[in-house]
Design a protein around this ligand. Structure first.
Ligand SMILES: [Zn+2]
Ligand SMILES: [Zn+2]
Length: 142
């Protein structure tokens, strides 16, 4: 039987004591209310940060499913396999594609154009002239 200090009056009491013999305080461990709801809030942040990635992933999964379904038809494998591969890469491609969008004036007619820089060159929908995309800008070629 050990001796401990009473948390209320600091007098020495038996370790097994239920009630302090000095101050008569109850030393029984009461069921402290568990702090519920504190741990659950944490996961929301990570979810928000991952939304961009999983947005692309969700899109990609559909491409994979669609691609695989086409592949099953046999002839469709020619289209289906690259489609499934595109789906796999979608989470990585999607953010890049957003950044690679070029917006600016047509060097021929000065009308506002928006195009994907992946293309390298576009035909202006207003003046029908060819415009090359160079370092994120529309450049005339003639
Ligand atoms: Zn006490
Ligand atoms: Zn133009």
């Amino acid at each position: 039987m050990g001796i401990k200090a009473c948390p209320y009056c600091a007098e020495e009491i038996q370790e097994e004591a239920v009630i302090c013999k000095h101050c008569k305080s109850s030393l029984k461990e009461t069921d402290a209310p568990k702090e519920a709801g504190v741990t659950t809030a944490k996961s929301d942040k990570a979810f928000g940060a991952a939304t961009g990635f999983f947005g692309g992933l969700g899109c990609g999964i559909w491409l994979i499913i669609f691609g695989l379904l086409i592949s099953l038809t046999g002839i469709g494998a020619i289209i289906g396999i690259p489609l499934a591969l595109a789906g796999l890469l979608m989470p990585f491609i999607a953010p890049v594609m957003g950044l690679a969008q070029v917006s600016g004036q047509c060097p021929h007619c000065t009308k506002h154009l928006v195009a994907s820089s992946i293309k390298g060159a576009v035909t202006c929908k207003y003046c029908k002239k060819r415009v090359v995309i160079d370092k994120g800008k529309f450049v005339r070629v003639d």
